[in-house]
Every structure is written in C-alpha cells, then in structure tokens.
Design a protein. Structure first.
Lengths: 72, 944
C-alpha cells in the first residue's frame, strides 16, 4: 500500500486524539490502529517509519513505534 | 380466496377511558372517542360504508353508514358519531336499509354497469356494498353522467378512471393525511365536482409522488393498479418486508401463482402502518427483467466473453481459485463483501465463510461507505451501534432536528410519518447544504434551516453545543445521573471556548450566528427533541466525529432514552443495520463484539469448530489498496456494486482489474461484474426466506413468494461455496441460520422465526430481559454504563476548493431511484429520473455560460464525467449536487479517496470540482462504456 496513504490515514487518527494529554493521545492512536487496521497495514506503516517513508506527526510516530515494538 | 386485512372504518382511539354501549343488542366496550362504526366493526357487526376507511379520519360524505340511535332523531353517520355511554344503536332497520339502498342506487346510476368485467369484479368495496345493501335494480334511466370521462393512464403504475369515481375523497384524504403531499383535490361543485391531480394535470405531471396511497384507499376501482387491470385479481398473499430503503415497510405480495399482481403495504406493519412509496409498492418489475442473469458464468480473463456453466462447475471453480490464491499468497489474500440488500441470514453466512472458511477476517459490507461512522460514533458515546428509538417515537417529539438526510426522497414512508407530526405542530430544524423538500412543503415550514457549507458539520455541531452550554441550557440532572462527569466537564469546557461560538463558526459554515443560536435554543428548550440524520453526517472526513457531536447534543439536553427523543440514523438500504449486526465488519463478530476478545471468539469457535483469527481484516478501501500492491487477489461480492458505488471509480477499477478471481453474485451484470471472473446469479427478495433489520432495529421477515428463478436462494449459493471449500455446512432453511445467530448473539437471543411469525416483528435487543423486543434504548442507563461525551474538534477536510476546482460537489439520492439503480433503473421509475443531473445555482451557471438542460463537464482532481445541468437555487452558490443512480454518469469518477478518520467511510459529500460546458461524454465515459459493453458479452451456446 502507498506509504503516503497509510501515513495520511494514521495522521488523521492522530488529529482526532490531539486534544488529549500526550500519553493518552499516543495510547488512543495505538489502540485505534490495533483495533481497526489489518496487520499487513500495521506492519507496513511500522516498516515505512523505519525506512523513513512515512511522514508521521509526532504523536502518531510514537504510537507506530509502540506498534513496532510489540509486533516483533 | 384472498384474505384481506380487516377495515374497522375509522382509526382506533388512543383514549384510556372506556365506554360501553349496545349495538344490535350486543354490549360493546371500546375506548372513549371510538366511532360507532368502529365499535360495531370490533364487535363483528358490519355497517356498510364507502367513504370511510380506518387509515383516514372520518369524513361522513357517502351517507351509506347511517344508523339509528335510540333517543336521537334522524339517522346519523356512524363514522362521524362517537360512542356514548349507554348508547343503544341499531344498524339494520328497514328504514336504514331503504335509505342505504337509495343512496347506493344513486351512486350506481352514474357508474359503469360492468360488474362482471370490472377490474374489481367480485372484490371491490363498491360491489361488495351494493350486495350488502341488497340493491337489485337501478331505476334511473339514461341522463347526464360521467361515463364518457377519459381515463388518465399517464402514471406507469396506476390509472384513474373518473367514470368509476364517486368523489368520496378517500384518495384526496390519503394524499393529505397518509402521504402528506396534498397533490389531489376535489375540483368543481355538485355534479361537476371531480378529483384532479395538481392543477388539473395528468397524474404523472402533477406533484403526485406515486406512493399509491390513493390507489389503496379507493373503494371503487377508479384508481387502480394497471397490473390488476391487466392480470386480474390476486388469489393469494405472502407477507414480507420491502427490499428497498431502511424504513423496512411490511407488504403483502399479492400473487397469482408465481406472478406478482401487486404489492400492498400492510396496516399491521409496525414500521409503515399501511403506507408505502413508489419504490416499494410499484418498482418490483426488475425481478422479471430481461437483463436478469439466471445461469452461472465463468471466464478466464475479464476481456473474455462470459461462458454459461453448470452450478457444479462454477462453484468448483470458485473454490479451486480461492484455494490456489491462498496457497500462493497466504490465507489473507482473499475476502468477501456482503450487502445491505441481502438478508441477515445471507450476510451472516458470508462473514462466516470468511472467518471460518477462509481463515481470515477480510469481510466488509457496504455500510463501510455509508453508516460505518454511526457504528463508531454511537458505540463510543452510547455503547452500541444503533438508532435509539422506534419510528413511532416521532409522534411524541416536539422538536425534530434533521441533519444530512433527505427523508422525503430517501426514507419516504418515515417522511410521511414525520410530516404528520410536523403538521400537528412539532418544530423542525434542518441542517443541510441543500434546501431539501422538508424545509418547505405543504403545511410545513422548517423553523430553522441551516444551509451550511459542505464539510463544516462538526463546526456547526460544536457551535450548537456552545450555545447550549454557555446559555445554561444543559439538562444538568440528566447529565449528572446518566453521563460520565469527567468527560462532560472536558467537553463542556471545550465547546464553551470562543472559537466554537456561533459568531466565530458563522464564517466557516456560512450560516448566520443568530440562526445557529435560534436552532440551538429550540433544540434544547422546545420539549422532547429527536435527531434524525443520514449520510450527510457520516460521509465526511469527520463522519464519526459528527455522529459523536450529535450524541453529545442529545445527552446534554437529556434527549436520549424516552419516546420523542433520541439519535436516529436513517439507514440508506433495507438491511444496513442487519448486515452490521451480523458481524460483516472486519473487526467485529456479530453483535458488535471485537474480534480480539477471546471469550467472544470462543463462542464461535465452539459453534463453528474452527480457530478464529484474532486480528481485524481489511476494510473495503483497504482491499482495493491491497489488490493494487499484490497481496489481495480474490474477492466474493454478494449483492453489491462496488465499482459504481465506491468513490474514485478509476482507482476502484484499477484495483478490481488487478485481482485474479472476482466472484460476483447478483441479479444483473452490474458494473462490478465488468471486472469479474465468475458470475453467480442471485435471487430477489421475492424468491427467498430470511429477515431484514430496519433503521429502528426492527427484525422483519422476508418470505418466499415464488421459487428463485436462478434456482437457488443466495444463502444456498454461499453454502455451496463454503462446502466446496470443506466447511461442511448443513443448513436446510434460513430459520436454522437465525437459530444459530440467536444462540451466539446476545442481542438476538430471543429471536426465532416462530416469534417473528407470532409478533410480526421485534426490535433488538430481544432477549430474556426484553422477550418482545426494545422500542427505546438506553431508557434507564446507557448500554456502555455512563454516556460518554467526546470532544469533537473541528478539523477541516483536506479537500479544498481553489482556482482549478472552485465549487463543492455534494451527492445524494432521489425518490424514484435506489442506490446504484440496479433495481429501479429496470422499472418504469426511470420516467421520473432517467439520468443523473447536476444541480447548480443560477449565479454559478451564469458565470459559466450554462443554461438549464445543457450538457456539462463535472471535473475533480480524481476524474471527470459529463451530465446535464439543472439550474436551481435549491443549492447555494458555490455548491453543486448530483445523484449516483446511473452508471452512464458514474458520479463516483469524480469523488475522491478521502475518508472518515475512524472508519474509512468515503467523503462523498465534499469534492472540489469545476463545471464547464461540454460537447459530449468524457473520455472516461466513452472508454468505460466500450469496456462495459464488451465485458457483458455472453458466448453463444453451440446448438446440439
């Protein structure tokens, strides 16, 4: 899938949680990705982030890093 | 003999006090306010009548229902005379018989004398009443009469024969009271009086909406279905549920053998109370349309012609291809799409096929592109994904807020119900960029119309909330008792910020601050306030946020949990609610339980005998993206036309073309079939058993009226695929599927076909706590416990206007057509809407040199199409509007891939476009037409 599209979708999610305190916002994004994104999409955005292909907002970046840390 | 629903003559009284009287020596006790006619009918005593029917208020014009009442002079009409305590009524005296016979004789003196060949021979009320009053002879000779009056056959579905009309006004009153259109009237006086449509126009050209209420009301056959005229009277009836919109009307399919003669809405139907619209009552001819495909077909490539094959060969091919793809690319490389046009039992089996047969959760449904934000929004705030109230609840509403919905077109039978309540005095707020009919319609005018700029819903909802919070209009007791206090405090502080004030938001929405303040005050203080919303709320980048914004408003004002209130999504298709209930979404099992929950998976693992994948699968747009990146290559689509209905058609087409095995199960070679390798012919709702769930959570039976012309009901076809893939399913009737649903889904635990047969329908939750269903949800507490206020920050869509695309396109639907039009385009409904048109404001049209009816090019960054312009101030300057019913237009060539942040529901309602004069179809339209025509070729079967 297009890294730009995945990043766009993830950043959209991040904007919804932006008003929350930082930790809650990161957790909100991470939970949303886990609950609603197919694993191949999650794996890809983790890979995109590692390769520098995903331009993620800071909160979203942190959430995706957590995804990467737990998805092994 | 055809059984008909009893007619008690006048509506039931809602009074709780009762009155006892004596009719023909029988003591009768009825509610106060009941008419003598109805009291008699309830006691089994028939009083002759013509102008009375129990769906309309008593009128007292025909003089046939006269009775004698002891102690009173004269012979009053029983329909307009209310019962009185101790009243003694006689209905069959010699005096009455003589009077009635005389009245009937006068009627028949100016009536065609074709009793044996009349379209209503033997069954029409007129003939029955002539028999009851004992009329044997008409003594009046030839004189002035109406027998030569011309029949108006302009409407494709019914005719009006003035010669048979007795001007009883039942049609006029049905148009007013039942439908609320006021298209009919009595013109002239005395002998010259006659029924006319509009300004004495043919029915087709008047404002008549062809709902058929007048036809159903007519006692003489003056107004009658053309199908009855040509086929004769039906001989049997099958009660079923309409397969069009989410109102879910109950109908009797009246049949001759395996032929539908007519569809008649049932008075006992709890969603429609005997009313219908032009689609449900008349647009069923598609079932017999010549385009219908009745044999399975295969082809190796989508550029090949189709080849008819046996069911065995088709099913074996599907199973082999799906297994081949899974072996090569992994088990997640294939998936399914269910349809809201299919039954619960069918959608349940399709998602089961994915989860238990394919071993993945790649199941999605067309609700993805309409009401998936409702699922997310209402589940988050209230705890479950469903409308809160039943339709009848609107009778108790003092204020009705309609946002992003067009009920008179999309949900016409509910619209009639709503209009009745508005005529009684309830106030109306409409939030919609377009001046929908409801804003101003006969005897109804919205108190506030907020014609906001497309894409600013959330800003508007925050501004309404700002007024409610800052002007002290919050129902503090309700919020304290029912809602999460911390979340409320956070939300209240947020909406109170000056940036959410109407004065600030006016610049974003284009709606004056005072109008916003007025609407907010009315909603909060006008009494019981009900919200009804549609896809104008959900189909945005912030669709889920807007749904939560509506829920916030309702909770803040205490408007959830009682009749006359609530947050009620008007579902577009017949079974949107049901297909979602059945676990069609990739992240949740039936009953909205997340797939990651081991205790829920365990229920199905026990039932199905397989281990389930705990990870969510692909949603429809994700399937397209995955197809293009090569990880998703096989798709089984039941009853859905994703190529026509999903956004950014060129992107969808490219994704479909990238797949290796697309299986389409449908009635017709739809646009999706253009990209299919296997076509499995489907069955219509008339040909199978099952259930639908309407927008008020009402589970209604679909009953087989005729054998499937394709050979199998759709659930049987899914079972054949499943078994070819080794599933070993053994269902022999859909009731067994419902039994499985009830065993595994708490909200359906009390549902069975036997119960539905007994009660007619039930609203879920239907379980031990509510064995006969739940009309109003969240009565004593929210499903999630405390109602959750959610901060709804307005985030403008990234779809912006600019120099290249300066206008905003929003899309919708029209009364006579349904969704992608696959069904309604194959009926005479095309007379009303033969093509999609582009509504454009006179100012924008003039600037571009466009006149009404001109062919114009509608272009966005996604693509371009050409269609005719309709110049109208129904849309605001800067906004254009079209429908998506016709594949020749393919409005979704223009829409973009922007979608709701939470659910990926497409942003159909906001596309930046440019409109310019056009000489002909666009390149895309031309090339697509050629490809689609080529794709529909069917190889000739060699002669044996």
């Amino acid at each position: 899938m297009s890294p730009d599209r995945l990043a766009y979708m993830a950043n959209q999610i991040g904007k919804f949680f932006a008003h929350r305190p930082h930790e809650a916002a990161v957790a909100g994004v991470e939970e949303h990705l886990r609950k609603f994104w197919d694993p191949r999409m999650r794996n890809q955005i983790v890979a995109d982030l590692k390769s520098g292909a995903a331009a993620l907002d800071p909160t979203v970046r942190e959430a995706v890093e957590r995804l990467g840390a737990t998805s092994g | 003999m055809l059984h008909v629903e009893p007619d008690f003559g006048t509506p039931a009284s809602a009074a709780t006090a009762s009155v006892t009287l004596t009719i023909d020596g029988t003591r009768v006790t009825v509610p106060e306010g009941t008419s003598v006619m109805r009291a008699a009918a309830e006691a089994g005593i028939t009083i002759p009548k013509l102008c009375a029917t129990d769906s309309l208020a008593a009128f007292g014009s025909c003089r046939l229902c006269l009775v004698e009442i002891e102690g009173r002079g004269g012979t009053p009409a029983s329909c307009t005379t209310p019962v009185g305590a101790g009243m003694v009524v006689h209905t069959g005296t010699d005096r009455l018989r003589k009077l009635r016979r005389g009245v009937m004789e006068l009627y028949l003196s100016d009536h065609p004398a074709d009793g044996m060949t009349s379209p209503i021979a033997g069954v029409g009320e007129m003939q029955v009443m002539a028999g009851i009053v004992g009329l044997r002879e008409v003594r009046y000779g030839a004189g002035a009469n109406h027998l030569a009056a011309a029949i108006d056959g302009s409407n494709p579905y019914f005719q009006f024969d003035p010669a048979r009309c007795i001007v009883c006004s039942r049609c006029v009153r049905a148009c007013e009271e039942t439908q609320g259109t006021f298209a009919l009237t009595v013109q002239g006086r005395g002998f010259a009086s006659k029924i006319v449509a509009g300004m004495d126009e043919p029915f087709l050209h008047s404002e008549c909406v062809s709902c058929g209420a007048c036809v159903q009301a007519c006692p003489t056959g003056a107004l009658i279905e053309k199908s009855v005229v040509s086929l004769g009277q039906p001989e049997r009836a099958v009660e079923t549920t309409c397969a069009y919109c989410g109102v879910g009307c109950s109908f009797r399919a009246e049949m001759q053998g395996e032929t539908v003669v007519r569809m008649v809405p049932t008075k006992s139907g709890k969603a429609n109370h005997g009313h219908s619209c032009v689609k449900g009552r008349f647009a069923w001819g598609y079932a017999q349309h010549r385009d219908r495909i009745l044999k399975p077909m295969l082809r190796a490539k989508i550029t090949d012609p189709w080849r008819e094959v046996s069911w065995d060969e088709a099913i074996a091919h599907v199973a082999a291809e799906f297994r081949r793809l899974q072996a090569r690319l992994g088990k997640d490389s294939i998936g399914v799409i269910t349809s809201s046009r299919c039954t619960n039992e069918e959608t349940y089996l399709v998602q089961k096929l994915a989860r238990a047969g394919f071993g993945n959760n790649n199941t999605d449904t067309c609700a993805r592109v309409c009401h998936s934000p409702t699922g997310y929004g209402l589940a988050t705030t209230f705890g479950t994904s469903a409308g809160t109230n039943d339709f009848d609840s609107v009778d108790h509403a003092d204020v009705v807020l309609v946002m992003g919905a067009n009920p008179t077109d999309g949900h016409p039978v509910f619209a009639s119900h709503l209009k009745r309540r508005l005529r009684e005095g309830a106030k109306l707020i409409v939030i919609d960029p377009r001046r929908i009919d409801l804003v101003r319609t006969p005897h109804i005018a919205a108190t506030h119309h907020l014609p906001l700029r497309p894409g600013t819903n959330v800003a508007m909802l925050d501004a309404l909330a700002h007024v409610i919070v800052t002007e002290g209009l919050v129902d503090q007791d309700y919020v304290r008792a029912r809602c999460d206090a911390e979340a409320f405090a956070e939300w209240a502080a947020f909406v109170a910020e000056p940036r959410n004030s109407p004065e600030t938001v006016a610049a974003l929405t284009g709606v004056p601050a005072e109008t916003i303040r007025g609407a907010a005050r009315l909603y909060a203080t006008g009494g019981r306030a009900a919200i009804y919303y549609g896809l104008g709320v959900t189909e945005h980048s912030q669709g889920s946020t807007a749904v939560m914004g509506l829920a916030n408003l309702a909770m803040a004002t205490g408007n959830v949990g009682k009749p006359g209130t609530g947050v009620n999504p008007l579902r577009g298709q017949n079974n949107v609610q049901g297909s979602c209930d059945m676990g069609s979404f990739p992240h949740e099992l039936p009953g909205y339980r997340h797939i990651s929950r081991p205790e829920v998976r365990a229920i199905y693992e026990r039932e199905w005998g397989v281990a389930l994948n705990p990870e969510p699968g692909l949603r429809i747009p994700n399937m397209f993206d995955a197809a293009l990146d090569g990880s998703f290559k096989g798709l089984y689509v039941q009853g859905e036309d994703i190529v026509q209905s999903d956004p950014n058609t060129q992107h969808v087409a490219a994704a479909m073309a990238a797949m290796e095995c697309v299986v389409v199960q449908d009635l017709f070679l739809n646009e999706t079939a253009t990209f299919a390798h296997v076509f499995l012919p489907g069955s219509t709702f008339l040909e199978k058993d099952g259930t639908f769930v309407n927008a008020e959570r009402r589970i209604g039976r679909v009953r087989r009226a005729m054998a499937p012309r394709n050979g199998y009901a759709d659930w049987e076809i899914t079972q054949m695929i499943a078994n070819a893939m080794g599933c070993g399913w053994t269902y022999t009737h859909p009731s067994q599927i419902m039994d499985e649903i009830a065993r595994t889904t708490p909200t359906f635990a009390g549902v069975s076909y036997a119960k539905l047969d007994r009660l007619g329908s039930v609203q879920w939750p239907c379980n031990e706590a509510a064995p006969e269903g739940t009309p109003t949800m969240h009565e004593t507490g929210f499903v999630r416990g405390k109602g959750l206020f959610v901060v709804t920050e307005y985030i403008p869509t990234d779809e912006r206007t600019g120099p290249r695309f300066p206008l905003l396109l929003t899309t919708g639907r029209i009364l006579s057509q349904y969704n992608v039009g696959a069904q309604t385009r194959r009926t005479d409904n095309t007379l009303w809407h033969a093509e999609d048109v582009l509504e454009i404001h006179p100012h924008d049209a003039e600037e571009r040199g466009i006149r009404d009816g001109d062919l114009v090019r509608l272009a966005s960054r996604a693509g371009a199409t050409a269609l005719r312009a309709k110049v109208t101030d129904r849309v605001a300057p800067g906004v254009v509007y079209t429908t998506f019913h016709h594949p020749e237009t393919q409005a979704n060539v223009v829409t973009t891939e922007y979608s709701d942040w939470a659910t990926n529901c497409p942003e159909y309602k906001v596309t930046a476009v440019q409109v310019s004069p056009a000489n002909g179809p666009t390149d895309w339209q031309e090339s697509y037409r050629v490809m689609a025509e080529r794709s529909r070729r069917i190889e000739a079967v060699p002669a044996k």
